[in-house]
Design a protein around this ligand. Sequence first.
Ligand code: IFM
Length: 437
Amino acid sequence: MSRFPEDFIWGAATAAYQIEGAAREDGRGESIWDRFSHTEGNVYNNDNGDVACDHYHRWEQDIQLMADLGLGAYRFSISWSRVIPDGDGEINHSGLDFYDRLVDGLLERGIEPHATLYHWDLPQRLEDGGGWPVRATADAFARYAQVVADRLSDRLASMATLNEPWVAANHGYEIGTHAPGRANLGEALAASHHLLLAHGQAVRAIRDAAPGLATGIVLNFEPKHPASDDELDHSLADVEHARYNMWYLGPVAGRGYPQSGVEASGWDMAEVLDGDLDTISQPIDFLGVNYYSRGVVRHPHATAVPTTTVGPRRTGFNWEVYPEGLGEILRFVHSTEVTDTIYITENGAAFPDAGDDLDDQPRIDFLRDHLQVIHEAIEDGVPVKGYLVWSLLDNFEWAAGYSQRFGIVKVDFDTLERLPRRSARWYSEVARTGLLT
Ligand code: IFM
């Protein structure tokens, strides 16, 4: 049996485009995900987030569900195009009102509100003006951050600038499987730098507007393990580690871009202007760690027989279930001295929907094994202060549409009924007692 610290925060996470719906209500502008998902062939089954979980109308039910489960924290994201429909023009006060009501409703139920400003839903008008590869998008983001901080910071527990900028730049601009669907390495590298710059500028804006508000960033990590002893596998794993795990953490931690990653990408760093790295590396109050799996790296010309292979436990996405990797990542992140407060801002698994059967034992096993690893890391001195399961609800899983279900609460997408799975009851018990058995 493992006992978590008394003040450990237990909660659940979601993101605006994945759950809110109400895509054209109360003055919300178009985002790149509206455009992308409405373009034939981009998303599985041509699904989109027009309705999603209809959380925009059912938010009270959803936060009551969390209260009933005894959760103490909720991580949600704010839709930029609900707040500033064209990205950098007029403020839409009804959009802000929605988040205002949500935050008050959470506090009334004893749930800490943890907001994320950007979870991939760039206003389409900014994309039309060049999107993240253009520097002005970072300026627009800093203003948006200030607008939200002015309205909500007196009641938020924390504010994260970006969620998983690696995914936003890589999937959105390098391989094009996410919105806005561009596939150009040069644009992706520029996007990555401007995302980081946006983070740094927003931290400044938030600190000006709300000096006491805990401010940070959420990054995704996965260990990159060479498949064999072959030198080619080792050097490729090192490069992938640099390009995946260090690309954003390095600049935020004041260590700059990883040289091996810069060389492997052939980036001339033309977008990095004097002072940018200082802007990006301001101290943060917390780092959000998102963890799902690891990568086993095989170079196409390696000849040595693989000794490390992907294990048999897999999720619905066919991702390897590899809890040990979270321990490895936590120790690595801690070693960079980027912050003394780490939250696990996402961790969870998609498993196929079993119809009326709400007994999701594989998800319970997944969560238990990862929480065990987190407990060990805490005992070793890694300052993990909270855990936010991904996700509260089944939701719109980006290019996979509604085909992948991450919720501890099932959503019936015909009726929009919420049905807590057994994992929700199990997690509730862990959250209430702080005990993992
Ligand atoms: O659903 C996503 C989330 O939006 C970002 N992190 C990974 C999750 C699962 O793919």
